[in-house]
Design a protein around this ligand. Structure first.
Ligand code: 6GU
Length: 246
């Protein structure tokens, strides 16, 4: 997969050189290019923002630097290739979930457009639809100062789903949101730590009982912390043996 990120703070994306994603880049599993939006301005001050039509607080990102940057990124591909997906991080976007991460992990090319201030002139998204599949995406119902931190989160969520990035693919199966429930609690040695015992079933060696206990804990945790997820969870989809846990 190839990912391009356009931002006025390219240094914000430096953590993508670290850890799992950094390793994936070194191993050639992921190509990631970060572009400075200001390199696509033409005035002496490298201006990227202006006051909003209609009035109001804050500044709006000017359309022309964005069109120049996105056109340059879009042009850099074979003529027969499919349109890349343009992800526009915004609290006004559709919600980014594990399902979104899986969908986007199937794409050949992703481009992230990091807005700042009050956002990007809306006409950029209309124009970009001619070159990209445009998806405004939100991490959740709170406001960040710009798209960069959201891109760090999304690239990590997507990148770890690419083949070969996570060493043991089994670890992707039993994690939160992989099956609609939160993950079960985990423990390691010692079995007694500061007077606290690891649940006995985990030391029993009975894999059927362990699986059932973990299912039950997933359910209990989800009910307590995320009743909204539980409402969507359809226990009827589970194999009969797992349903007895509830
Ligand atoms: Cl994706 N971007 C911004 N700027 N703020 C957010 C967000 C994204 N998700 C939640 N808040």
């Amino acid at each position: 997969m190839r990912i391009d990120v356009v931002s006025i703070f390219p240094d914000y994306l430096a953590p993508l050189e670290l850890s799992l994603i950094g390793k994936a880049r070194q191993d050639g599993l992921l190509e990631l290019n970060v572009h400075d939006l200001r390199d696509f301005t033409t005035d002496r001050h490298r201006t990227v923002d202006d006051t909003p039509y209609g009035g109001g607080a804050g500044m709006v990102m000017k359309p022309e630097p964005w069109a120049q940057a996105l056109a340059a990124v879009a042009a850099d591909r074979p003529a027969e290739a499919a349109k890349p997906v343009l992800i526009v991080p915004s609290p006004a976007g559709e919600r980014f979930t594990q399902a979104t991460a899986h969908e986007l992990a199937e794409e050949d090319r992703l481009v992230f457009a990091c807005g700042r201030y009050e956002g990007i002139d809306e006409r950029v998204m209309e124009w970009a639809a001619g070159h990209f599949t445009v998806r405004p995406v939100s991490l959740g119902d709170y406001v960040l100062n710009g798209g960069e931190v959201a891109v760090l989160a999304m690239v990590e969520a997507i990148g770890r789903l690419l083949p070969g990035v996570v060493g043991n693919p089994e670890s992707l199966v039993e994690e939160s949101h992989s099956d609609g429930l939160l993950e079960y609690p985990v423990y390691t040695k010692p079995s007694n730590w500061r007077e606290r015992e690891v649940p006995a079933v985990l030391l029993s060696g009975n894999h059927g009982n362990i699986a059932q206990w973990r299912r039950h804990e997933q359910y209990r945790r989800t009910a307590e912390r995320r009743p909204d997820l539980l409402a969507e969870f359809d226990a009827g989809r589970l194999p009969r043996a797992d349903r007895t846990a509830f």
